[in-house]
Ligand binder design. Structure first.
Ligand SMILES: [Zn+2]
Length: 412
């Protein structure tokens, strides 16, 4: 592999083109998909736009009041996918139940319950079981100012039953209402479910000798609504774009499929759509190399391997060969690699720790060509070896303990 062909500045230029919010199902995401296709075309590679529908929500009204012993309305955001309150809202005694432990929730019956949150499926079910009639959770920090005082926007996963509704309040307001002895509250939430369209972009480089053995290099290109997701994760998109360019010019023996996933931030939807739409081809898949969170200068590189621990040793050995610092973690990973592992395909995510994920601070200002180049060299080296070795060096197996964890992860 000729590292001088891996260009950090070119990757940084690519990242700069995506300095806007790319929430799944919005114009921003569509525009980004078109830009990725255009970049691929610029070096002669045609790609596929694979669209898919998903269920999204629109909040029409989210209000929260303390009604006793004082009257005050607080700014809140509504939780997505938990339904709407009855006409006129829900009014009930108020309880602060901290982290939602069993002792605190022992007092929850018939109350509007505030928890630290965020409320995911597990805590939601606990609140329902404890008899709460509505909930609010807390976001933000006491040092926040200005626009950071806006509560976070959360959603439940799609669930069959959502008997209670919830909103989110900022840390400062949570402190205010508890310290003033709030004892009764009212909550109003109105929302509707809508269908939106997201899309994956995929480009294939067919192997010269073993075209039926497929390696995937993947990264999600959508962002959260809070910020333009330079670190999370158009930097990952830039790294696989650089490698796509390289391998298009230096064809590997095995087939490489490069995929930019949409709607990762909505719950790994793009990758799940990909394995569904390409189910008949999955027996040919050997390994998934995913990138999620990349490009910041200050940080350390971790390769999360969801597969046999021997693959950690193999990747560590390769990193030694080229002298690039990293460590491995043999675990399931909260990104699109999980989707492949759950289908029995060994998978990894290249990850760099950094600052500001899922906030408005996640901008190109913190992205460095130095870091992009090094990550692309490391991933490119692994992909080059696996793409060209005469025989594939590890079996297609996922340890049973990871399969159990993945079952739980995808059914949460
Ligand atoms: Zn991400």
């Amino acid at each position: 592999m000729y590292f001088e062909e891996i260009d950090g500045e070119r990757q940084l230029d690519f990242v700069r083109k995506f300095d806007y919010i790319r929430e799944a199902g919005t114009e921003g995401e569509q525009k980004a998909a078109a830009s990725i296709q255009e970049e691929l075309r610029s070096f002669g590679l045609e790609s596929r736009l694979e669209e898919f529908p998903f269920e999204a929500f629109e909040i029409e009204e989210a209000r929260f009041f303390i009604t006793e012993p004082f009257e005050k309305e607080y700014v809140v955001t509504g939780y997505g996918k938990c339904g709407s309150t009855p006409e006129g809202g829900v009014e009930a005694p108020f309880l602060y139940a901290e982290n939602g432990d069993d002792i605190s929730l022992g007092y929850a019956t018939g109350k509007i319950v505030m928890v630290n949150g965020p409320v995911r499926k597990d805590l939601y079910e606990k609140l329902v079981k404890a008899g709460a009639v509505a909930y609010l959770s807390i976001s933000g920090a006491p040092i926040d100012e200005g626009e950071d005082l806006k509560p976070a926007l959360y959603s439940l996963p799609s669930m069959k039953e959502t008997p209670i509704q919830g909103v989110c309040i900022h840390h400062r307001d949570a402190v205010d209402l508890v310290s003033r002895g709030a004892s009764r509250a009212k909550l109003v939430l109105k929302q509707k479910l809508v269908e939106r369209i997201s899309a994956n972009v995929a480009a294939r480089i067919t192997g010269t000798e073993k075209p039926d053995e497929i390696l995937t290099l993947t990264a999600h290109y959508d962002s959260v609504p809070a910020g333009p997701g330079a670190y999370d994760n158009i930097s990952g998109g830039a790294i696989i774009m650089e490698l796509c360019r390289y391998f298009n010019a230096h064809r590997p023996k095995r087939t490489m499929e490069f995929i930019w996933f949409g709607a990762e931030e909505k719950g790994l939807l793009g990758s799940q759509e990909y394995v569904r739409a390409h189910a008949s081809e999955l027996p040919s898949h050997q390994f998934n190399m995913n990138v999620d969170l990349a490009g910041q200068l200050v940080g350390g590189t971790v390769v999360g391997v969801t597969a046999d621990p021997a693959i950690c040793q193999m990747i560590t050995y390769m990193a030694h060969e080229i002298g690039l610092g990293m460590r491995t973690s043999n675990a399931i990973w909260g990104s699109d690699s999980n989707t492949f592992a759950w289908k029995g395909i060994p998978a990894m995510t290249l990850n760099r720790d950094g600052f500001g994920m899922h906030t408005r601070h996640d901008t190109v200002d913190l992205i460095s060509s130095w870091s992009l180049k090094r990550s692309a060299m490391l991933l490119g080296y692994i992909a080059d070896r696996l793409g060209n070795l005469p025989t594939f060096p590890f079996p297609k197996e996922i340890p049973a303990e990871f399969m159990e964890q993945l079952d739980k992860y995808f059914n949460r």
